[in-house]
Design a protein around this ligand. Structure first.
Ligand code: ATP
Length: 137
């Protein structure tokens, strides 16, 4: 089994869509190995998205991610990284497939409801960014 980091982003938490998104992920076969609700500081958001520093949307992205609380999850299933990315859909909700989480709950490329690790190697680093070893069962 593989793990991935999932973030239910501020827009989705603000709109009370977190429960629906979590239920969908469980229905898709993901098991919650760790979960918490946190309000990132601007610095913590910048640290998480360090690889995007210098890109045009970096400031907007970090302001958005630190605007209000997020829910962070470590999820496990077979082929978790790729399957999770299928379930959330394309980065731009307008281009995401019907029925995907970003199509259902995202508003724009910036406010797109969910984050997922892009590959297995980044998943381990992303999970370790948010959870201490004892918090992940
Ligand atoms: P994520 O890493 O959140 O799963 P992704 O891998 O689909 O998203 P990336 O290209 O890695 O997309 O971009 C990271 C995040 O930055 C996106 O989820 C989105 O919220 C934001 N982003 C990307 N492009 C733009 C843009 N042009 N304007 C505003 N925000 C953007």
């Amino acid at each position: 089994l593989e793990r991935t980091l999932s973030i239910i982003k501020p827009d989705a938490v603000e709109k009370n869509h977190a429960g629906a998104i979590l239920a969908r992920l469980e229905a898709e076969g993901f098991t919650v190995k760790a979960m918490k609700r946190i309000h990132l500081t601007r610095n913590e958001a910048e640290g998480f998205y360090e690889e995007h520093r210098g890109r045009g949307f970096f400031d907007e992205l970090c302001a958005f991610m630190s605007r209000s609380p997020i829910i962070v999850l470590a999820l496990e299933r077979e082929d978790a990284v790729a399957r999770y990315r299928e379930v959330i859909g394309a980065t731009d909700p307008g281009k995401a497939a019907e029925g995907t989480i970003r199509k259902l709950y995202g508003a724009s490329v910036g406010e797109n409801a969910a984050h997922g690790s892009d590959k297995t190697s980044t998943a381990a680093r992303e999970i370790a960014y948010f959870f201490a070893g004892y918090e992940v069962s």
